[in-house]
Design a protein around this ligand. Structure first.
Ligand code: NAD
Length: 260
């Protein structure tokens, strides 16, 4: 069990889904977690208290806004004294043919998915360089490594997350800071359920049929990923045991994709 006692972490997108799973796992291993989200993450923070993490808290942030992210990071350092783990996980999904995507949807996807990771990683890097230690973990996607119809804008945003991760990993390695991305496949969350509902509707089948078809055709492990799977991979990357892993984009797909 990776020990994260006394570590201070920020997790963005922590009000639900993968972010909530990450926050729970880090707290179970001893970290104090600032659960940050554009929506209220009070319930996540309350769960962390019940798990024995009394200093964990919720915070409001819009990751697409640099000032909002800078305030989150400086408030965390002011309250908790340092920042050991920054998990840039908040993201949004955009579905639709590139020919039909609106300017607004394109910009919003880039602002949240790429801007959000950039703002979080930059603010954390400034603190961690001074500390000469830290872990930055970014949520990308398997779609950052492959193209599929209707998912081009989302894919492009996640490909950018992977390259930002790799470059920052090189820049921060001399400071004892690792920077890694996780590329989840299909993880069962509200975001995933919504996107599958849209696909099912466009194909004229039910959500249940769409889910089963996808499992049968695409995931050798025979199940969708979970927030717990995600939390465990983040916990490892955040631990001392992962100190030689940096600039990586690790797959978390149950075999759906096995690319490098
Ligand atoms: N679920 C999947 O199958 C899957 C697969 C690959 C990658 N991902 C990525 O994992 C991450 C989490 O996805 P999820 O499935 O848990 O999604 P989700 O929609 O369930 O949760 C996303 C969270 O991010 C928050 N958020 C959205 N915009 C924000 C903003 N501007 N500022 C702060 N918080 C904001 C939301 O309020 C929400 O709590 C995303 O980056 C997503 O792209 C998910």
């Amino acid at each position: 069990m990776y020990n994260l006692d006394n570590k201070i972490a920020i997790v963005t997108g922590a009000s639900r889904g993968l972010g909530e799973g990450i926050a729970l796992e880090l707290a179970r291993r001893g970290a104090t977690v600032v659960c940050a989200d554009v929506n209220s993450a009070d319930e996540t923070a309350a769960t962390l208290h019940s798990l024995g993490s009394p200093k964990s808290e919720s915070a409001q942030v819009d990751v697409s806004n640099a000032a909002s992210v800078d305030s989150l990071v400086s408030a965390t350092v002011e309250t908790h004294g340092r920042l050991d783990i920054m998990v840039n996980n908040a993201g949004i999904y955009t579905y639709g043919e590139i020919a039909e995507v609106s300017d607004e949807d394109f910009r919003r996807t880039m602002d949240v998915n790429v801007g959000g990771v950039f703002h979080g990683a930059r603010a954390a890097a400034r603190v961690m360089k001074q500390q000469k230690s830290g872990r930055i973990i970014n949520t990308a996607s398997q779609l950052g490594k492959l193209a599929r119809p209707n998912e081009g804008v989302y894919s492009a945003s996640k490909a950018a997350v992977i390259l930002l991760t790799q470059a920052l990993g090189l820049e921060l390695a001399p400071y004892n800071i690792t920077v890694n991305a996780i590329c989840p496949g299909c993880m069962y969350t509200e975001m995933m359920e919504k996107s599958f509902s849209e696909m099912a509707e466009s194909e004229g089948i039910t959500l249940e049929e769409k889910l089963q078809d996808y499992l049968d055709a695409s995931i050798p492990s025979g199940r969708f990923g979970t927030a717990e799977d995600m939390g465990r991979m983040v916990a490892w990357l955040a631990s001392d045991e992962a100190s030689f892993t940096t600039g990586s984009a690790l797959n978390l797909t149950g075999g759906e994709q096995v690319f490098f």
